[in-house]
Design a protein around this ligand. Structure first.
Ligand code: NAP
Length: 312
C-alpha cells in the first residue's frame, strides 16, 4: 500500500493561518505586528529568491518585513555594525542574515552578532545550547518543521529508532538532538550518519530506522532496499537536477528515491511540498515567538509554541 503523504504545503498553510489569527488579535488590541528584517549581501540568485519568499510569507501573515541589501564588497565590520543597529532597534523582532556570505566575511561571527532574542534562525550558540537542554528558545526552522510534521500527523516517536543522515549545523545535527530530547516528538533512539559513515554501515543502519530523516543533498542516496517496511521517511534534500521537460530547465529532487520508497514507507514527505514549506512556516512562528518574548502579551496570546512539557 502506498504511504500517506506528509503534506508540508497543507500543514504550513494551517500554521500560517494560526499565525495570521494571532496577528489580527494583536492589531485589534492596538499593537504593532511582528517585524522581521532580512539582510542580504551580494546578488546570489538563489538567495534573492529565498529572501523574496520570506518577505512574501511575512506579508501573508500580516508581519512587517524589511529587506536590507548590501553590496558584495561590504566589509565584515560594517555588516556587524548593521546587525547591531537592528539588535538595538525596538521595532525589530527578528533578524536574519541570508547565507551564504562572501568569503571575506566569517559566517560564525555574523551568527553570533545577532542578539539571541532576535535570532529567528535559531543558529546562535546560546539558542543551540538552550535547545540541546530542552529549554524554551528559538529553534532552527527546518528541524522544527520536521518535528511539527510528526506532531501534526500524530506519529509516535517515543522509543522508536530514528536514523538521521547528514549532520549539518542547520538541519541534521539539531534534528538528531531534538528527536532524542524529552517530549513528543522526541524520546527516540537516534543514530546520526554522515560523510564518514562507511557505505556498508549506512546500508546496515538506515534499514533499522522506524523514522528516517535524510538531509544530505544527494539525489537517489536512499533507495527502497534501504528502507524498513512501514518506516516514516522525511526527505529534506533539495537538489536542482537538469530536466528537459520543465520550463525552468531543472527539477527539484530529494535524497530519497520517492517513486519506489513510497510503496514501502507508511508516511513520506514529497519533494517539493514536504519539509520546504514547513521551514518558512516555522521561521514565521519563531518571529512571532521572538515578538512575544520581548513584549510579553501572554494575556492575549496562546502558550509559547516552542515549549515542551518535559525538560529531560
Ligand atoms: P550540508 O551542510 O551540505 O550537509 C550535508 C550533510 O550530509 C553533511 O553533514 C555531510 O557530512 C553529509 N553527507 C555528505 N555525503 C554523505 C553521504 N554519502 N552519506 C551520508 N552523509 C553524507 O547540507 P544541509 O544544509 O544540511 O542541507 C542538506 C540538504 O537539505 C540539501 O539538499 C539542502 O538543499 C536541503 N535543505 C532543505 C531545506 C528545506 O527547507 N527543505 C532546508 C535546508 C536544507 P559531513 O558533515 O561529514 O560533511
Amino acid at each position: 500500500m502506498a504511504a500517506t503523504l506528509l503534506d508540508g504545503k497543507a500543514v504550513s498553510q494551517q500554521i500560517k493561518e494560526e499565525i495570521r489569527d494571532e496577528v489580527t488579535r494583536l492589531s485589534t488590541a492596538g499593537q504593532r505586528p511582528p517585524h522581521l528584517v532580512v539582510l542580504l549581501v551580494g546578488d546570489n540568485p538563489a538567495s534573492v529568491i529565498y529572501v523574496r519568499n520570506k518577505m512574501r510569507a511575512c506579508e501573508m501573515v500580516g508581519f512587517s518585513s524589511t529587506m536590507k541589501r548590501f553590496p558584495e564588497a561590504i566589509t565584515e565590520a560594517e555588516l556587524l555594525r548593521k546587525v547591531n543597529d537592528f539588535n538595538r532597534d525596538p521595532d525589530v523582532d527578528g533578524i536574519i542574515v541570508q547565507m551564504p556570505l562572501p568569503d571575506h566575511i566569517t559566517p560564525q561571527k555574523v551568527t553570533q552578532a545577532i542578539h539571541p532574542s532576535k535570532d529567528v534562525d535559531g543558529f546562535h550558540p546560546l539558542n543551540v545550547g538552550l535547545m540541546t537542554l530542552n529549554f524554551p528558545c528559538l529553534m532552527p526552522a527546518t528541524p522544527s518543521g520536521i518535528l511539527e510534521l510528526l506532531r501534526r500527523y500524530q506519529i509516535p516517536t517515543k522509543g522508536k529508532h530514528c536514523v538521521v543522515v547528514g549532520r549539518s549545523r542547520i538541519v541534521g545535527r539539531p534534528t538528531s538532538i531534538m528527536m532524542s530530547r524529552g517530549g513528543q516528538p522526541g524520546e527516540a533512539t537516534v543514530s546520526l550518519c554522515h560523510k564518514y559513515t562507511p557505505p556498508e554501515d549506512l546500508a546496515r543502519i538506515v534499514p533499522q530506522a522506524d523514522i528516517l530523516i535524510v538531509a544530505v543533498g544527494k539525489p537517489g542516496l536512499i533507495t527502497a532496499d534501504m528502507v524498513k517496511p512501514g518506516a516514516v521517511v522525511i526527505d529534506v534534500g533539495t537538489t536542482r537536477v537538469p530536466a528537459d521537460d520543465t520550463k525552468s530547465g531543472y527539477r527539484i529532487k530529494g535524497d530519497v528515491d520517492f517513486a519506489e520508497v513510497k510503496d514501502k514507507a507508511s508516511f513520506i514527505t514529497p519533494v517539493p511540498g514536504g519539509v520546504g514549506p514547513m521551514t518558512i512556516a516555522l521561521l514565521l512562528r519563531n518571529t512571532l515567538d521572538a515578538y512575544k518574548q520581548r513584549f510579553d502579551f501572554s494575556h492575549l496570546l496562546q502558550t509559547p509554541s516552542n515549549s515542551y512539557e518535559d525538560e529531560s
